[in-house]
Design a protein around this ligand. Structure first.
Ligand code: ZN
Length: 395
């Protein structure tokens, strides 16, 4: 059992109400034991830590452990074996955790890789976040993501595909509702799975208690997915007013993955990405910022997810997504933190994201309050997962 901890904080963003000031948090047996005054009584063997600021461990609602952000995806899959990608994924999990991501939803990996990584982490054999894996994405034959997905056409095949992912250990089902940026030939704005197929898939997932997420960039595909009952729209760049209304009506979540697009447009063609990737990303980027900001202003549930693993978008760069939510969408640091903790936890259906007594002690010790700049999340001083210090900053 890990040593009991007492963290004396200047500010605690426990996500249970307004921030608490000048108190202490006691941790024992992996959970928050008590939150109270600085002088709260602690076991004599407790390690006492001082923190300017404490926040819950971050939840990245969208990543891909098996992908390598330094290699163009088509080339990555063409030049590596599943075993190599699995070993790579183990390293990515460690990186995410060290950067403060204590929970990660993996929205698409082949060969059960993210599922196996989840299991090894659960067994204590591998350091990493709590992983909520989707398994393969479910896409139409020849559609976006087909190189790593399970192709299915028509409601019956879609239902069968959902059942296979569930059998193989998926905790969430990911559907490809529209084209994407990274597959050659796919048109990001174009709808791929039909509304009828999406409805069958979402129904099948929900019947087994699994959440359903849709990769959806184009306007019509977003709305089809929402009418079909999807729980989260991933990306959502070309959403229109009707789509925003549907998000609000259904209480569904938007995961805007701002970093995915921004990293590609920042790097540009000089970085060695295929022309079609850079062109598709910059075409979308023009409208995306306005559309996503309108969705935020309309009050939709926004969960933070970076699409880590896509080009130049590293597992340990989640803070960049959070900074973009502030600078591009206009969310306050506390709203951003909420999107990366309690809101993301609600979307994932995990008991994480808040720090009440009795809850799992996933938290970060920071040298500065997030209200003074989200940059402090780039490199937390300590990462604590289930009451154990799993990462200490080098300097
Ligand atoms: Zn993705």
């Amino acid at each position: 059992m890990a040593q009991p901890l007492v963290v004396r904080f200047g500010t605690l963003h426990d996500q249970l109400g307004p921030p608490k000031r000048a108190g202490a948090l006691a941790i024992a047996d992996g959970v928050v034991a008590e939150v109270g005054e600085r002088g709260l009584s602690a076991p004599s063997d407790a390690l006492v830590l001082d923190a300017v600021c404490v926040v819950p461990g971050l939840i990245n609602a969208h990543g891909h452990l098996e992908q390598d952000p330094t290699v163009e995806p088509m080339r990555w899959y063409a030049t590596t074996t599943p075993t190599q990608r699995a070993i790579h994924a183990a390293g990515q999990a460690r990186r995410a955790l060290a950067a403060g991501v204590t929970t990660l939803r993996d929205l698409g990996a082949g060969n059960r890789i993210a599922i196996e990584v989840r299991d090894l982490i659960r067994q204590g054999r591998l350091p990493g976040p709590t992983v909520v894996p989707a398994g393969h994405v479910i896409c139409m034959t020849g559609g976006h993501g087909a190189f790593v997905g399970r192709e299915a056409d028509g409601p019956d095949q879609i239902r069968s595909a959902v059942r296979k992912e569930r059998r193989d250990g998926a905790e969430v089902i990911k559907f490809i509702a529209t084209g994407g940026v990274l597959s050659p030939g796919a048109v990001p704005g174009a709808q791929e799975l039909s509304e009828e197929e999406l409805r069958a898939g979402v129904d099948e997932a929900h019947r087994h208690g699994l959440h359903a997420a849709a990769h959806a960039i184009g306007t019509e595909g977003i709305k089809a997915a929402l009418r079909a009952g999807i729980d989260s729209v991933e990306h959502g760049q070309l959403i229109d007013e009707e789509g925003i209304e549907l998000l609000l009506d259904r209480g569904a979540y938007l995961v805007p993955t701002l970093a995915a697009m921004r990293r590609i447009t920042d790097a540009g063609a000089e970085a060695g990405l295929p022309d079609y990737v850079v062109r598709k990303a910059s075409d979308i980027a023009k409208q995306a910022e306005d559309n996503l900001r309108r969705a935020y202003q309309a009050g939709v549930h926004i969960a933070a997810g970076s699409d880590a693993g896509t080009p130049f978008n590293p597992m340990d760069g989640f803070a960049y997504e959070l900074e973009l939510m502030h600078s591009m969408l206009g969310m306050s640091p506390q709203e951003v933190l909420r999107a990366a903790t309690v809101t993301a936890a609600d979307l994932l259906g995990v008991m994480r994201g808040t720090l009440a007594p009795g809850e799992v002690a996933d938290l970060l010790v920071l040298d500065q309050d997030i209200d003074d700049g989200l940059q402090v999340l780039r490199d937390p001083r300590l990462v604590i997962k289930a009451g154990e210090i799993v990462h200490t900053r080098a300097s």
